[in-house]
Ligand binder design. Structure first.
Ligand SMILES: N[C@@H](CCC(=O)N[C@@H](CS)C(=O)NCC(=O)O)C(=O)O
Length: 266
């Protein structure tokens, strides 16, 4: 994708509680986060930074109009990119695990037991390799007619992934691993918090009734009330034009095409 993208105007800045958080992290700091306010992968990293109360400098960039400062750190020019003592790190799951290792205090976000730690990684991988692609297949599905069965199929496939994830949760909770929030929760939270976009575009997610879904709802309300989540979320209507690019074929843009080709997926 070209660096000077015509959709640049869609990517101004955060609003609401997230705008305040951005404002509070403008001061020069050794740890710099190159971020896009809308990006769920960035939100993963922000959640870890805020949960662990790690000082950092927030640098808003438009990854569709890549500044040289970003490209010099990350040749793909994706957000999130972290600058740590002048050195770059990217890929949200890698960055989150790095922060967990480099800043053990004041709280751990992965279990200390090696087996439990590995199991947590299995579910972080499940989110990245199964849930997020299913979210995008559903959002980008273009029904060919009013009663196109394909839409129900991609919805069901997405729900099935959420169900598998929920079945693996600690039954007591409220979080995935139990009482304490972990990288598993923070790794899926940005997409779970964006499920409302389907009410705008694809007739809703339509979470079914049932015991397992009660567990999902309990998890969702626990994660939604985390301060870190509240403080990294912009006002809903601010996200709508962003998601319209993916959901609505009439608005199909270079950006959506690039997403389908696997280059960058907000
Ligand atoms: N796998 C990456 C994905 C990051 C990503 O796709 N970020 C999007 C914004 S949400 C981006 O920078 N897109 C710019 C582009 O595709 O050129 C991660 O986990 O950090």
């Amino acid at each position: 994708m070209g660096q000077d993208h015509p959709d640049s105007h869609l990517f101004p800045h955060a609003t609401g509680a997230a705008a305040k958080m951005v404002q509070e992290h403008q001061q020069e700091a050794p740890l710099k986060l190159y971020a896009g306010w809308f990006c769920p992968f960035v939100q993963r990293v922000l959640l870890v930074l805020l949960e662990k109360k790690i000082p950092f400098q927030y640098i808003e960039v438009n990854p569709y109009h890549k500044p040289a400062s970003l490209l010099s750190l990350n040749p793909r020019g994706l957000v999130p990119t972290l600058e740590y003592a002048g050195k770059p790190l990217y890929e949200s799951t890698v960055v989150c695990e790095f922060l967990e290792d480099a800043y053990p205090a004041p709280m751990r976000l992965l279990p200390s037991d090696p087996y439990e730690r590995a199991r947590a990684r299995i579910w972080i991988d499940f989110v990245t390799s199964r849930i997020i692609p299913a979210f995008h297949r559903f959002l980008q599905y273009q029904p060919k007619s009013e009663d196109d069965e394909g839409l129900s199929r991609v919805r069901e496939e997405f729900l099935d992934k959420l169900r598998q994830f929920t079945e693996a949760m600690d039954p007591k909770g409220p979080f995935f691993l139990g009482e304490e929030v972990s990288l598993v929760d923070l790794g899926i939270a940005p997409w779970a918090l964006r499920l409302w976009v389907f009410d705008h575009f694809k007739g809703g997610v339509r979470i079914p009734q049932g015991k397992i879904w009660e567990r999902w709802e309990r998890w969702l309300s626990a994660i939604e009330s985390r301060e870190s989540v509240v403080n990294t979320t912009s006002e809903k209507e601010h996200y709508v034009p962003i998601y319209k690019r993916y959901a609505d074929d009439t608005a199909m843009s270079e950006l959506a095409k690039a997403t389908r080709e696997g280059k960058g997926v907000p």
